[in-house]
Design a binder for this molecule. Structure first.
Ligand code: UDX
Length: 453
């Protein structure tokens, strides 16, 4: 069996490499010649644990190759996956120009039957636009080559994408013919060893599933952030509330950690796109609209606490930021809460030192020379008035507080991820702000204020 994956971004490259791992022939196509050359040399342009080794092994075995030529890439292949980007339009809807451009090119070059599968996250109905684009090109060529379209959304998490692909919770495939179903069944059989299902459905439902899944997860996070904010006001501890509700199997204990708001390439974009789709159909997705606005507000949460502590003018103050990526184990800075936090601190006149274990280079594209890039987490705290923990990298979990004491001007931490134990912070005599929990050694605790009032 031979397959083609068009687009060697995050999704395409992980999918292509994992398919090759099962022993089939994979050709990955990308218009970026520099990227193709790098990949042919086994150099991975993104940070994803385990991907380098997996790619190197499959290149060596000759099971995966890369080309800029789609015509060559799709020759003799049974299935073509479209995994190119769908950046948001100015109005928030997904821009389909790359997906449909690839569909047209497939139509211009295909010589025999293929299943054309959309893997990019696309609005409901896109697979049929792909079908129309291919048909148009075939008609121009005056040829009648059979093909099927299918939808196969990905559920990969950055940082654990290889594992997610090789051992998926479920695989969702939307098809409209038995022939396409048979091809995809064969292709995905090796990934079903853990007993999790391969779910076939109609194409509309498959496309909808991806948006519904991400929107549901974003909803859990915004809900929890909103509850955490209320916990602070009433004097409850969100850690305990989280455990209390998470042990109900209907709610579940995952994805209910409050923080500085969700970021990344998927949640913000997908929530926005689904709201747009619904609006187009004259239906207002009110829950998701609230999810978006809560998330927007949450990104300013730490800065609000800083303002309450220091006042609005931060001239002459310096802050150390631990973590820049939108979450640990990735260098992805897209929609990262750190960017909003840093922008707000700079606007109030503060100076900022930053450190992230892997996202420093990525961060430089946006932050340029507006901040000081520290060489490690301690360096980021030299003479700072407070440290802000923004991304919960494991290596930030057990710092040497004795060293920090000496480096920082104040023993003051704003923790956006509830990484430290408030009791320990109390013993170490730190003033410690976190999310949805009482401030430790604060100027005046919120709880006392409430009782007095
Ligand atoms: C997500 C989906 O999980 C994945 O299925 C889809 O294919 C792509 O989008 P990803 O963007 O890699 O994956 O990140 P994920 O690990 O899901 O985290 C998303 C955001 O939610 C992060 O900013 C994270 O910090 C935040 N989050 C997550 C919380 O704030 N609290 C939680 O409890 C969980």
């Amino acid at each position: 069996m031979k397959i083609t994956v068009v687009g060697t971004g995050y999704v395409g490259l992980v999918s292509g490499t994992c398919f090759a791992e099962t022993g089939i022939d994979v050709t990955c196509v990308d218009i970026d010649k520099k990227k193709v050359d790098m990949l042919l040399n086994g150099e991975v342009p993104i940070y994803e644990p385990g991907l380098d080794a997996l790619l190197a092994r499959n290149l060596e075995k000759g099971r995966i190759t890369f080309t800029t030529s789609l015509a060559k890439g799709i020759k003799d292949s049974d299935a073509v996956f479209i995994a190119v980007g769908t950046p948001p339009d100015e109005d928030g809807s997904a821009d389909l120009k790359y997906v449909l451009g690839v569909a047209r090119e497939i139509g211009r070059h295909m010589e025999d039957y293929k299943v054309i599968i959309t893997k990019s996250t696309v609005p409901v109905g896109t697979s049929f636009k792909v079908k129309a684009a291919v048909q148009e090109e075939l008609a121009k060529r005056k040829v009648d080559i059979p093909f099927d379209v299918a939808s196969n959304p990905e559920f990969l998490k950055e940082g654990s994408a290889i594992d997610d692909f090789l051992k998926p919770d479920r695989i969702v495939v939307g098809v409209e013919s038995e022939r396409a179903e048979k091809t995809l069944k064969r292709l995905y059989k090796p990934f079903l060893m853990n007993g999790h299902p391969l779910l076939f459905m109609d194409i509309f439902s498959s496309e909808m599933t991806k948006y519904a899944a991400n929107s549901m997860l974003a909803t859990k996070i915004s809900f929890m952030n909103d509850i955490a904010n209320l916990c602070e006001l009433v004097g409850a501890n969100v850690d305990l509330v989280r455990k209390g509700i998470g042990s109900d199997a209907r709610i579940g204990n995952k994805f209910i950690y409050p923080g500085t708001g969700y970021g990344g390439s998927c949640f913000p974009k997908d929530v926005q796109a689904l709201v747009r789709t619904a609006d187009e159909y004259g239906h207002s997705l009110d829950v998701l609209k609230a999810v978006e606005s809560v998330n927007y507000r949450q990104k300013s949460k730490l800065v609000e606490k800083i303002k309450a502590h220091f006042g609005e003018n931060l001239k002459g103050k310096q802050f150390g930021i631990w973590g820049l990526a939108f979450k640990p184990k990735t260098d992805d800075m897209r929609e990262a809460p750190s960017l909003v936090i840093i922008e707000q601190l700079l606007a109030m006149g503060a100076q900022v030192r930053v450190y992230d274990p892997v996202a420093m280079e990525e961060a430089k594209h946006t932050l340029k020379d507006t901040v000081v890039y520290a060489k490690d987490e301690y360096d980021a705290c030299i003479e700072v008035d407070a440290m802000l923990l923004v991304t919960e990298w494991s290596e930030f979990r057990m710092p040497n507080f004795r060293i920090l004491d000496k480096l920082m001007n104040n023993k003051l931490i704003f923790d956006g991820r509830n990484v430290y134990d408030p009791e320990e912070m109390k013993d170490l005599e730190y003033t410690y702000y976190s999310i949805g929990r009482e401030t430790v050694n604060g100027p005046k605790s919120e709880k006392k204020q409430r009782v007095v009032a």
